[in-house]
Ligand binder design. Structure first.
Ligand SMILES: *Cc1c(COP(=O)(O)O)cnc(C)c1O
Length: 400
């Protein structure tokens, strides 16, 4: 498949091969199509692109650097590991890239409120930040159980001025927060917009979120070439819904010599029911308005999933990842909770960089792989976020 064909994805109906689309009621389809039309029009406008570029530069701090982790590479004795430092972004992760895009789009579309759910609160904080900046009201739905677990993020969202709606129905966790946020959205979908937190959901969200995140790979490809005069042998990123991974991968899809690897959480083991390895062990199905790989039980219900990294425990995955797996263009591997903790500690102590537990999955795979490669080979890892949010948890877990 040529560069051009990858860039053409998805088709007009939002399909990546057989995956994606709009598995939603007709009245909602009309609204999603309106969002798509508005997006296609607005993103061509120079003033939209200029405003977004300026915010990326002066507000987020882009371009984020690429860093050659020499001490880590030396310790492993194999390939050279490079890190794309999305952890240095304002708010500490890649999520701000698409949240700014979505908030700006909402403003250009004249929407009066941005609505979303959040699990651990990462998406909520990034979106509340973007909405504060753009000057648009923001309403975040969050399960009561999660609210009690995630104090720092809850506090931040309140300080940032968003309306936080505690959800007590069902198990009072992420799935119920999605339902609650969606109910609110359906009250006035003409004036409200639902801001999805990854490359998932009905068309056009997998495309839009990918487009906003693709700045990561566009920068990284150029930075890497400037630094080394070549392209990396491997690029890798962790995959929950798959937004930071699509962000890195998109610019490299047409480079056949670059091996692309997505890393899913093996949790407590692929042979247990406590993992979140959707592409590795799931099968094609339907969830949240799209066709994609899904981890389902025998009744077709999404399975409870687990990862030490709360940002990765999702039983579906982006439709473009599902298609890239089928095409064989991207390989999907896994890293366990334990490997992830080891990578978290190693990167912290060898390089002085505390990674998010999500990102630690990609670091863990890179460490495993680097040891099998030669010193003149290279691996570029997307360090999707920083680990401040995970420090207390890890310290507790390891008895530090
Ligand atoms: C939310 C999050 C992820 C997972 O989301 P994707 O859509 O799979 O990228 C990964 N890393 C960090 C730091 C996150 O906050």
């Amino acid at each position: 498949m040529s560069k051009f064909q990858y860039a053409e994805m998805p088709n007009k109906e939002g399909f990546f091969g057989d995956f994606g689309g709009q598995e939603i009621p007709p009245e909602l389809k009309v609204i999603m199509d309106e969002i798509n039309d508005a997006y296609e029009e607005i993103r061509q406008k120079p003033e939209f692109q200029e405003e977004l570029d300026l915010l990326f530069a002066d507000y987020v701090g882009r371009p984020s650097p690429i860093y050659h982790a020499k001490r880590l590479s030396e310790k492993l004795g194999g390939a050279q590991i490079y890190l794309k430092r999305e952890d240095l972004n304002h708010t500490g992760a890649h999520k701000i890239n698409h949240c700014l895009g979505e908030a700006l789009l909402a403003k250009y579309m004249g929407k009066t409120k941005v609505i979303a759910e959040t699990g651990a609160g990462q998406h909520g904080v990034a979106l509340a930040t973007a909405c504060a900046l753009v000057g648009i009201p923001c309403e975040i739905h969050m399960g009561q159980v999660d609210i009690e677990k995630e104090h720092p993020n809850v506090t931040k969202m309140k300080i940032l001025g968003c309306t936080l709606v505690p959800v007590t129905r069902g198990t009072a966790t992420l799935k119920d927060a999605v339902d609650s946020a969606f109910d609110e959205y359906l009250k006035d979908p003409v004036n409200y917009i639902y801001a999805i937190g990854s490359v998932v959901g009905p068309h056009p969200f997998p495309k839009m979120v990918r487009d906003f995140q693709s700045i990561i790979g566009t920068e990284a490809r150029e930075q890497f070439q400037t630094k080394t005069n070549s392209l990396p042998d491997y690029i890798t990123a962790c995959v929950g819904g798959g937004s930071n991974a699509m962000g890195l991968f998109t610019a490299f899809l047409g480079d056949e010599e670059v091996n692309i690897v997505g890393v899913e959480p093996a949790g407590k083991g692929l042979d247990t029911d406590q993992h979140s390895a959707t592409l590795t062990l799931g099968k094609p199905g339907m969830i949240h308005g799209m066709k994609c790989y899904v981890l389902e039980d025998e009744n077709g219900e999404p399975m409870p999933v687990h990862s030490i990294a709360s940002g990765l425990d999702y039983p579906g995955v982006g439709p473009q990842h599902s298609y890239l797996k089928e095409l064989g263009r991207v390989q999907y591997e896994t890293a366990s909770d334990q490997e992830c903790l080891d990578a978290f500690m190693t990167l912290s102590q060898v390089e002085g960089i505390i990674p998010a537990l999500e990102s630690s999955h990609a670091v863990a795979w890179a460490m495993r792989k680097a040891a099998t490669l030669s010193k003149d080979q290279t691996i570029l890892v997307n360090l999707s976020g920083r680990g401040d949010k995970d420090a207390d948890y890890v310290a507790d877990k390891l008895g530090l």
